[in-house]
Design a protein. Structure first.
Length: 216
């Protein structure tokens, strides 16, 4: 068999693998449920819509993201991922999420106020204070997102929050990716508010994809 025949055979095998008409050429995957990029994109966007609806009280945003990421993780792995489970997990985790949500809202309001004062020059050292407040707010949001990646409705938020330092230390690059994601979400939402809906789906997907880089 010539080189051209081998190349054509490989291409035919690849097409059969992708279409499902022939034997697979890939090994075992840790994402058997993600059948196609379009299917994954659609599920992430639907998750963003439901996370946005569940986050309307604002203080429920942490548990909404955590439950959304758990749904996407089950979907990607090919496990049962019913939306009834999503809403049930939100109801079970709403009490713990309220305190985290209130703290994040308070930090965000302080950041907005400091930024406004810095622009007017009424606050001495206002620019530095605004930057420090913004950094603290992003750090808090990152910690909540990291905790959300391991949050379980049966154990609650406390064990998840305690795991944050270990998670950040085990994957500094992943933590940095979360920081960049949060900053981008805030910036793009300020540019166009309706973008928050698909962006929430992207954050929930990132909460699954970033840890999966390390085989988690």
């Amino acid at each position: 068999m010539g080189r051209g025949d081998i190349g054509r055979a490989q291409k035919a095998a690849r097409r059969a693998d992708i279409s499902g008409s022939g034997p697979t050429r890939r090994g075992e995957s840790n994402a058997p449920g993600a059948l196609s990029p379009f299917q994954m994109f659609g599920e992430a966007m639907l998750t963003g819509i439901l996370v946005a609806v569940a986050s309307l009280p604002i203080i429920t945003l942490p548990v909404a993201l955590a439950a959304g990421s758990r749904h996407l993780r089950a979907f990607i792995r090919g496990d049962a991922s019913h939306w009834a489970t999503f809403w049930r997990e939100i109801r079970s985790g709403i009490a713990g999420s309220a305190g985290l949500g209130l703290g994040l809202v308070a930090l965000s309001l302080v950041f907005v106020a400091n930024t406004a004062l810095a622009r007017t020059g009424a606050l001495p050292g206002g620019v530095a204070i605004a930057w420090i407040t913004g950094a603290v707010t992003v750090a808090a949001a990152t910690a909540i997102v990291l905790a959300g990646t391991v949050w379980d409705p049966h154990t609650g938020w406390l064990p998840a929050l305690r795991a944050v330092p270990a998670l950040a230390g085990a994957d500094p690059l992943g933590t940095l990716l979360f920081v960049v994601s949060i900053v981008l979400v805030v910036f793009l939402t300020m540019v166009l508010v309706p973008l928050i809906v698909p962006l929430l789906g992207c954050v929930a997907l990132a909460m699954v994809a970033i840890p999966m880089r390390k085989g988690q």
